[in-house]
Design a protein around this ligand. Structure first.
Ligand SMILES: Cc1ncc(COP(=O)(O)O)c(C=O)c1O
Length: 517
């Protein structure tokens, strides 16, 4: 017999439900439409809640968007082959072509981007870093092959009477070519044994799978799993000059030999230490921080100078949320890889994709990477519909994201102006907004100081219960509330948020936490 207590946290989410319950946040939603989630009150009636969490940014077109739902039904009615692995032609190819058209237009390039599909954001990030590592390994193999050939040539040259330069003799510890070859090989083996290194930004979030987690800055999430994957070195987002500096600090070289005019000399060749630099153009979980154009420029310059592929993680910021298809376009970011997921599936299908610039693409990767549901017919046909909705009417959806976002941001800025001691900053672009309260650990009210760690959750619970407004804080910025509704955000819904935030500000100003529901 099936257990009838469906939804009991006995077998899953027991800890989460317990914690959320403490603040009245454990609610079972039974229906979702537009920007509203519904739960059932005790008397069985539906209660609507304005959803600012929006599937952590997945719902550009709202919950169960009627056009997307209708399309999903149509896709199933067509008996679309969801699975046709190893068949060659799938709807994923159409999707890759459509993505190319949009991305090329935004980046103003004729470059081609090859698509690799996955199921989630973290998975797509891992596909990107896996491909980048293949690229690094191939570059290392090329470098090593060249050095080995040069060492062979040097032996032949010495047998024919060539001599070692002083520098070469210093490396060899003498003038013997065999000792030089052995020493060069030994030193190179040491450099080659270095594990690959990633570069990422402090505060960044790139997923919670084993590999992507090491690019995610949050120590609580990343720390325990460090031993499982390659590590990242993190760079502050507000210090563009540090990017090249860190690359310089970590750089390494292999030794090579050259024979010229009867002498064998030793030279250095740059060793590809870094697999990739991974960034979010708008850092979501850090607390909604848009990167600066200066940083975007410094990233491209340093990545070019040191031969490091640049991966732009647009999992949360992309798909039009910032008012352009890619948030990076707004700051002139020129990535080699683009990662998309979340909103790509229209809030219904799960898929992620990596777009890889043809200059770096290795075709054999198509055999080296796969996943059963990647490229599935249902998800990719839904994603095609999502792109159609984004691009319709000359890109009206992008305009709406920018316009609705600007209106919501202006509302938040006005609250900040009225409560400067309570609201620290309002940040973001389009419909990826952050509303940051001042950290209350230094509050003038002893009760607030004592309770400061619980205050953000008290705020969330209060807004949910009193204002029927649901919002989440960012994973690594506990005082920042993220607001990522759909493009159909109405003026009335903005007014709900206005009233809710102002009420919270009043309570924090009074220092009387008992006023929180
Ligand atoms: C920028 C970014 N990258 C990657 C991810 C991971 O995506 P997923 O949760 O689909 O694995 C997220 C999720 O929030 C994200 O915001």
């Amino acid at each position: 017999m099936m257990n009838s207590s469906i939804g009991s946290p006995e077998f899953a989410d027991s800890f989460m439900v317990e914690k959320l319950s403490e603040f009245g946040l454990a609610v079972r939603y039974v229906r979702a439409q537009g920007n509203t989630l519904y739960y059932l009150a005790d008397d069985g009636t539906e209660v609507g809640v304005l959803d600012g969490v929006s599937g952590f940014g997945s719902l550009m077109f709202g919950h169960n968007n009627p056009e997307i739902v209708e399309h999903a039904k149509w896709v199933l009615d067509q008996q679309t082959p969801v699975h046709a692995q190893m068949g060659g032609y799938s709807f994923a190819l159409n999707l890759a072509a459509e993505l190319n058209a949009i991305v090329r237009r935004e980046l103003g390039t004729e470059d081609k981007f090859y698509a690799q599909f996955g199921n989630t954001g973290a998975e797509a990030v891992e596909i990107a870093i896996k491909h980048a590592e293949l690229d690094r390994v191939i570059r290392i193999a090329g470098l090593k092959g060249g050095i080995e050939a040069n060492l062979g040539q040097a032996r032949t040259a010495v047998a024919g009477g060539a001599t070692l330069t002083e520098a070469a003799a210093a490396v060899a510890g003498g003038t013997d070519i065999d000792r030089l070859v052995a020493e060069v090989s030994r030193r190179n083996a040491e450099v080659e044994a270095r594990p690959p290194l990633f570069l990422a930004l402090e505060g960044g979030f790139h997923g919670k799978l084993v590999g992507s987690l090491q690019l995610t800055y949050n120590q609580m999430l990343r720390g325990p799993f460090k031993a499982l994957a390659a590590q990242a070195r993190f760079v502050p987002r507000d210090q563009p000059h540090m990017i090249a500096k860190v690359m310089e600090q970590e750089r390494a070289a292999l030794l090579d030999v050259v024979v010229e005019d009867g002498v064998v000399d030793v030279v250095e060749r740059d060793f590809p230490v870094f697999t990739a630099f991974v960034v979010e153009p708008i850092m979501g979980e850090a607390g909604i921080f848009p990167l600066s154009a200066e940083l975007a420029g410094a990233l491209r310059e340093a990545c070019d100078a040191f031969g490091v592929p640049l991966i732009s993680d647009e999992v949360q910021s992309g798909m039009g949320r910032a008012g352009t298809f890619l948030a990076g376009t707004r700051i002139g970011l020129r990535p080699d890889y683009i990662v998309l997921a979340k909103a790509l599936g229209g809030g219904i299908a799960k898929l992620g994709v990596v777009l890889i610039n043809e200059r770096l693409y290795h075709k054999e990767f198509e055999f080296m990477h796969s996943s059963t549901f990647a490229k599935d017919g249902f998800s990719t046909r839904l994603a095609l519909k999502v792109l159609q909705l984004l691009e319709a009417d000359g890109g009206k959806a992008y305009e709406l994201a920018a316009e609705r976002g600007a209106k919501a941001k202006a509302m938040m800025e006005a609250i900040k102006a009225d409560y400067p001691e309570i609201v620290r900053e309002v940040r973001g672009e389009g419909l990826m907004l952050g509303f940051e309260f001042h950290d209350q650990s230094g509050s003038e009210f002893p009760a607030v100081r004592e309770m400061h760690q619980a205050v953000p959750l008290l705020i969330l619970g209060h807004m949910l219960k009193k204002h029927r407004f649901r919002i989440a804080r960012t994973a690594s910025g506990p005082w920042t509330m993220r607001f990522e509704p759909s493009i159909f955000l109405s003026d009335d819904e903005i007014a709900v948020v206005d009233v809710a935030f102002r009420d919270v500000c009043e309570i924090l100003r009074s220092g009387d936490l008992s006023r929180f529901v």
